[in-house]
Ligand binder design. Sequence first.
Ligand SMILES: *[C@@H]1O[C@H](CO)[C@@H](O)[C@H](O)[C@H]1NC(C)=O
Ligand SMILES: *[C@@H]1O[C@H](CO)[C@@H](O)[C@H](O)[C@H]1NC(C)=O
Ligand SMILES: *[C@@H]1O[C@H](CO)[C@@H](O)[C@H](O)[C@H]1NC(C)=O
Ligand SMILES: *[C@@H]1O[C@H](CO)[C@@H](O)[C@H](O)[C@H]1NC(C)=O
Length: 568
Amino acid sequence: MFHFLSYLVSTSQSPKTKNTKMVTNCRIAYAFVIGLSLLIATAAEDPYKFYEWHVSYGTISPMGVQQQGILINKMFPGPEIRSVTNDNLIINVFNELDEPFLISWAGIQNRKNSFQDGVYGTTCPIPPGKNYTYALQVKDQIGSFYYFPSLGFHKAAGGFGGIRISSRPMIPVPFPPPADDYTVLIGDWYKTDHKALRAQLDNGGKLPPPDGILINGLSNGATINIQPGNTYRLRISNVGLQNSLNFRIQNHTMKLVEVEGKHTLQNVYSSLDVHLGQSYSVLITANQPGKDYYIVVSSRFTPNVLTTTGVLHYSNSAGPVSGPIPDAPASMSWSFSQARTIRTNLTASGPRPNPQGTYHYGGINVTRTIKLVNSAGQINGKQRYAVNSASFTPSDTPLKLADYFKIDGVYKPGSISDQPKNAPIFSVTSVLQADHKAFVEIVFENWENIVQSWHFNGYSFFVVGMELGKWRPDSRKVYNLNDAVSRCTVQVYPRSWTAIYLALDNVGMWNLRSELWERQYLGQQLYVRVYTTSTSPRDEYQIPTNALLCGRASGAHKGLLSVSGFEN
Ligand SMILES: *[C@@H]1O[C@H](CO)[C@@H](O)[C@H](O)[C@H]1NC(C)=O
Ligand SMILES: *[C@@H]1O[C@H](CO)[C@@H](O)[C@H](O)[C@H]1NC(C)=O
Ligand SMILES: *[C@@H]1O[C@H](CO)[C@@H](O)[C@H](O)[C@H]1NC(C)=O
Ligand SMILES: *[C@@H]1O[C@H](CO)[C@@H](O)[C@H](O)[C@H]1NC(C)=O
């Protein structure tokens, strides 16, 4: 805790006037050197990495027409974060847009620290012209993730980028080091400005289908360079808004090695379904005659299939791409079957040296079953989406801050039922109350004709089952209680269910949301308040000393010495 105190003292002495980037970086670094020197006894030599990000508008034309994009340090997509397990990432984000802004970190667990989660319910938006320094630790994590802007419809304009967390040098990785490692951000895209899209939803409408698909910000010609004989890692994330996507490479297979931080059974696929918000690592080997091959990304299960191609370019290429663009497997049942083959390699190491199979999730008794059903409907003639009939509406104050400062009336714990309701859709600031250390089964049921995708911040969960039809207690007979993959984003097929097991070991206020961005924006999300009566920093960190305050928390004092629990 001394660490946080010294951070406060040092940074609060920084002048508010404009510094050069270099001076700014030095100042922050200096603050942390002091912090670190006082911290030796408690939390380790985990390295610190410093970033300064300027978020601004800029003209981009990914689909051949100019539009306003959201750039980070002038880049679209934004810069990649390369980290190692347990690194502390100190990211100073300057909002140079004309609207409040937040970045969230899909898959970074922010253990004990939902304050850094960068979503409406945990963190005050960064006002235009202001900055906020996120302090994240990628504690006990490995794998491939991404960041994205969480407010409004900013995600439709960019502001996203890859995050990779490598294993520490002494921890075995279950495949040889690849010759190179590429981030491949795929996603559907609109030519329409993010504010216009948002206005359509605010006015009660729905989104039209997307205009196209981008690979690393390009609708055409994204290129991956390879040399004959080598093996490469591709980290593929679906950062789009509406569509599940299929990823494939002409005449090449992909060996799956990692899913959202878990090393998997190394199955070989000729194409891979990547649902909204999901991330996969595959290995590809340059074992074909030297030429160029199509990289293909196409929308899944949409009436009108959108397709984009990129190029896999051999260094000894004898010619451009040729031949037919390979098709995606047509059926939903193919996708279902593929999903069931994605499993954990129990003997491989994860972030720690011990095998991933050491934790026997199948032997733990479930303490609570939660069933969540998504639906669509209208309130006062306007389109809304809901979970168990509750359509999430933001309150005026981040929920986590309301909790921290004990501000009543912002939300009610238990304002969403943990079972489906046979009731019309209603607006509420939905917060599900749950006990720290509960072991929970969540059944997602999707009675609609869409592919749903659910993401849970702060957690990784075991995907124990996925079947067509309605879930019944005896559906548990088909659960995989041995080597289910654990991940942070899971799809639910149309008129199907997906069940997950989840150890609620991370205290905080955590966003559970649909990754279909229209649905998320119009109410298909909630917060899970993982609660303990303990106020020990062993269970949850104190509010960051630089936390922005807003809404009914505006006047609150962080009051470090009185509120912070130093007495613990
Ligand atoms: C904003 O950036 C300055 C350095 O330029 C830093 O001292 C300050 O802590 C940052 N503000 C927040 C709220 O993180
Ligand atoms: C892909 O492989 C098939 C079968 O080996 C071959 O006939 C075809 O020409 C290859 N396509 C390209 C673009 O090289
Ligand atoms: C699982 O990981 C081990 C390394 O611990 C590796 O030797 C083995 O081939 C992997 N098994 C599969 C099926 O991927
Ligand atoms: C789970 O519950 C069963 C039946 O109530 C009990 O016999 C068993 O010991 C429990 N297992 C664990 C690991 O707590």
